[in-house]
Design a protein around this ligand. Structure first.
Ligand SMILES: Cc1ncc(COP(=O)(O)O)c(C=O)c1O
Length: 401
């Protein structure tokens, strides 16, 4: 018999065909035909409010950000065609790393081509075969992939459970080197980690700590440095990972650290060395955006108002949410199953609202979620419109009474 390496996808193909046979728009294949602003796009020919972009601070259309990208295109061309360790480090890459060092008040910053590669590279390079990585079970795929690439021993603990972390750390063999990996905001349910307690427990056990602040940078903490800043433990964290694809409003990833030997990573981190660096226009937009995020207190306050208003409104309508109170700019609406979730997603799109449909295996506990992420550029009026759309779609699909 002929081998068909695709047979393992049969169940998924069948499930997908079944879902689409009901006439729904494919939730994983939507085209943004035109994008007007951080909060509005044209989808299926219709003006659509965007509520699933992670564009928390709305920097994608910031005039200064756009101007710096255009200038870099003119001055440096469209791409570097090279690795950071060969011909791919331009003045703009260094300027972007300087902007990160200033933003976080840290000694070192290393820019990667994506946040995924930052986790992949840093985790796999610092924790290898005989080392241990203790991580929250709900960690992002890029964290798990980083663990797998480095071939470290993986010890997961129950989501956001400080005692479970402590117990796992006690079971690590004496003398083994350990990295604890945490996230500031968990992107599926929008809940934040008890970093103050967790970092204390990790440090007491002699472990190093890496925190992925992908969903908190720019928004959480007095200077927008993330949950570690908000919880007063940023100086105890060894490595912060982040992305340019959310609050910064472009693409790219990074790690910042005060570790005195950090710079050696540039020579030994494979996902940094064996790939081309970001285009000059991208690092220019990132550097400008990061500089502006340092002074984003008003935007942070407005984003917080939006999150609270949407959370309270959805709760009042009768939806079940991922958190009891809003903890971040992500609000997850829990759907009873994939069919209902897809129907609700489709009904919202028809109303003129885009949210993310999230399903297992990306979600915890097999949940189907409609993930909403707010933007500092959403007006109060847009949040009211969003609530009206949830009410109409919820009634039409029987998700609420
Ligand atoms: C927690 C977390 N880490 C890392 C990433 C990867 O970021 P990027 O989009 O820059 O690859 C994401 C993005 O989905 C994320 O949610």
């Amino acid at each position: 018999m002929m081998t068909d390496l695709f047979s393992k996808f049969d169940a998924l193909i069948e499930q997908r065909e079944h879902l689409l046979s009901t006439g729904l728009t494919d939730p994983f294949n939507l085209v943004m035909e035109r994008v007007e602003s951080p909060t509005v796009a044209i989808c299926n020919g219709q003006r659509t409010i965007l509520l699933g972009t992670y564009n928390y601070m709305g920097m994608t259309f910031d005039p200064d950000v756009i101007a710096s990208g255009k200038q870099a295109l003119d001055d440096y061309g469209s791409g570097t065609t090279g690795s950071r360790v060969l011909n791919g480090t331009y003045a703009g890459h260094k300027a972007c790393e300087e902007a990160l060092k200033t933003f976080y008040a840290m000694d070192h910053a290393m820019v990667f081509s994506t946040g995924y590669q930052a986790n992949l590279g840093i985790i796999s390079t610092i924790a290898g075969k005989d080392d241990y990585i203790v991580l929250d079970i709900d960690s992002h795929a890029s964290i798990y992939d980083g663990c797998a690439l480095g071939n470290a021993n993986i010890v997961p603990f129950r989501h956001n459970d400080v005692e479970a972390l402590e117990k796992r750390l006690k079971r690590i063999p004496d003398g083994a080197k350990t990295l604890v990996v945490l996230e500031g905001v968990y992107s599926m349910l929008g809940d934040i980690a008890p970093l103050k307690e967790m970092v204390a427990v990790a440090k007491a056990a002699g472990a190093m700590v890496l925190v992925d602040e992908a969903h908190s940078m720019g928004f959480i903490g007095e200077h927008g440095r993330g949950v570690a800043e908000a919880h007063g433990v940023i100086d105890d964290v060894d490595f912060i990972i982040g992305t340019f694809s959310k609050s910064v409003g472009t693409v790219g990833g990074f790690c910042v650290s005060n570790h005195p030997k950090f710079e050696i990573l540039r020579l030994v981190c494979r996902p940094y060395v064996f790939t081309a660096s970001l285009p000059p226009s991208v690092v220019a937009t990132a550097a400008t955006s990061i500089g502006k995020l340092m002074h984003g207190a008003d935007k942070r306050a407005h984003l917080w108002d939006n999150s609270q208003k949407l959370h309270a409104g959805l709760k009042a309508l009768g939806f079940t949410l991922g958190t009891e109170t809003p903890q971040s700019a992500i609000i997850a609406v829990i759907m009873p199953d994939l069919e209902k979730g897809a129907a609700m997603w489709d009904a919202l799109l028809r109303e003129g609202l885009y949210v993310n449909l999230a399903r297992p295996p990306a979600t915890p506990a097999n949940m189907t979620l409609l993930r909403c992420s707010l933007c500092a550029e959403h007006s109060a009026d847009q949040v009211d419109q969003i609530l009206g759309m949830f009410e109409a779609a919820g009634r039409a699909t029987g998700c609420i009474d």
